[in-house]
Design a protein around this ligand. Structure first.
Ligand SMILES: Nc1ncnc2c1ncn2[C@@H]1O[C@H](COP(=O)(O)OP(=O)(O)OP(=O)(O)O)[C@@H](O)[C@H]1O
Length: 428
């Protein structure tokens, strides 16, 4: 089994377009690593660099403990499946799967046995004698996967293999891919922009943005304990509420998050209270998923916010309320890297991404808040007045236009600095 190590890897296209920016990542042998991120964030480029289809502009690639930066693609023991796994149209599914083995000189009977075994795992054993043109998209993609993996590659790379399939087929094949790569125990890197695919398939997810890795962790780690506001915003539906806030420290070091029109108090025992109590006046970003609130029509003991119910939506398995609390919301896509200085693409090695700590907060004290920065600054994330998006239980008293009290569970709040990094230490 072969692990993968990316060591400060960068890719600059045409001498000026930075597609992958100083990425370091370890994929232990046998792990299923999913690269997740929006279109254009560098996922495919990174995958192609592992396959040897793109040269590295900077950094090194290690496969199984040996430097593979300059190794030719055929010597890497890597197989790759793309969105549209092209098949030989005049060969049956069986012949397509057997093809790499026959090319390698393997005995026909042996190749047939291997192809049949894989076809069973992939659920296409009944279609082995058909031509690709007579197969459904999902069946064709299964054949392509079988053909890629039949030679037992050291590493299996998949680039959005399910994106052209319908929802039912995607779910089925996703489960089969997960089972297959684990059965075969092959180190797998899987690219997708679909959070459900990532959460369900991955041993670990690397969340990418603008050529960099924002966060790496198990699905539960990146979802429940996101290191950055972007990760918090990319995972989860409805999207996380990100509120612009200012730290307020009162007598006895009690810490509140001033949202402008309203405030949320942190319990003194909350570890963030300890961290933030020395940072009165600092701007932060407060993240709260839709289940962090308990809405009631009557005032309750744990109420922290008051708003007006603007809209109620039925989402099948849940009701979602849009509540106007007069607070300033931020767009998760625009928080973070755009607050960093513009990048010098001629430099391909950079310091490792920093962990969010008190030190980063301390640095904020030296900065003006985004709203007061110069007009041409890239530092201002999009601020907008918007509604909090909140899960509600069916309740006839919750009607559009009514006042709603919101209990807030501080344990479900994530607090980020203005660069979008968590103010408390994130452990992985
Ligand atoms: N051959 C190329 N020449 C110049 N720029 C390129 C080339 N290939 C990719 N890019 C650019 O590099 C960036 C990363 O592209 P990449 O295809 O790796 O992103 P991605 O995350 O896989 O996107 P998608 O999900 O849309 O496939 C993009 O801005 C893209 O336009």
């Amino acid at each position: 089994m072969t692990g993968i190590r990316l060591d400060a890897v960068s890719k600059v296209y045409g001498g000026r377009h930075l597609a992958v920016d100083n990425v370091s990542l370890d994929v232990p042998a046998g792990e299923v690593m999913v690269l997740l991120g929006p279109s254009g964030c560098g996922k495919t480029t990174l995958l192609r660099m592992i396959a040897g289809l793109e040269e590295l502009t900077g950094g090194d690639l290690w496969l199984g403990g040996s430097c593979a930066t300059d190794l030719s693609p055929k010597d890497r023991g890597v197989a790759m499946v793309f969105q549209n796994g092209a098949l030989y149209p005049n060969r049956t599914a069986r012949e397509n799967i057997m093809f790499p083995l026959r090319m390698a000189g393997e005995d026909v009977a042996e190749a047939r046995t291997k192809a049949a075994g894989l076809a069973k795992i992939l659920g296409i054993d009944k279609t082995l004698d058909r031509l690709p043109g007579t197969l459904s998209g999902g069946q064709r993609q299964r054949v392509a996967i079988g053909r890629a993996i039949v030679r037992q590659p050291r590493i299996f790379l998949m680039d959005e293999p399910l994106s052209n399939l319908d929802a039912t087929m995607r779910t089925e094949l996703r489960q089969e891919i997960g089972a297959m790569v684990r059965d075969l125990n092959v180190t797998t890197v899987y690219v997708t922009h679909d959070q459900i695919e990532a959460l369900t398939l991955a041993d670990r997810i690397a969340v990418m943005r603008d050529g960099r890795i924002e966060d790496v962790g198990t699905p539960t780690q990146v979802f429940n304990n996101p290191a950055t506001a972007f990760t918090a915003g990319f995972l989860g539906a409805p999207r996380i509420n990100l509120m612009s806030a200012t730290i307020q420290v009162t007598a006895h070091h009690r810490v509140s998050l001033d949202l402008g029109a309203q405030t949320i108090s942190l319990p003194p025992t909350d570890r963030r209270s300890m961290i933030l109590s020395r940072h009165d006046g600092v701007h932060v970003i407060v993240g709260a998923r839709s289940d962090a609130f308990t809405p009631t029509v009557e005032r309750g003991d744990s109420d922290q916010l008051l708003g007006t119910l603007r809209t109620l939506e039925f989402h099948g398995n849940q009701w979602i309320a849009f509540v106007d609390c007069g607070v300033e919301m931020l767009n998760p896509d625009l928080v973070g890297p755009r607050t960093r200085p513009p990048h010098d693409v001629t430099q391909t090695r950079h310091a490792a991404p920093r962990r969010s700590t008190l030190t980063s907060l301390a640095r904020l004290l030296l900065r003006r808040p985004p709203a007061t920065e110069s007009a041409d600054s890239t530092a201002t994330p999009t601020h907008r007045r918007a509604d909090l998006v909140i899960e509600v239980d069916p309740n006839p008293a919750l009607e559009t236009g009514t006042k709603v009290h919101l209990g807030v569970d501080p344990a479900k709040l994530h607090i980020f600095d203005q660069y979008g990094h968590r103010v408390d230490r994130v452990t992985r």
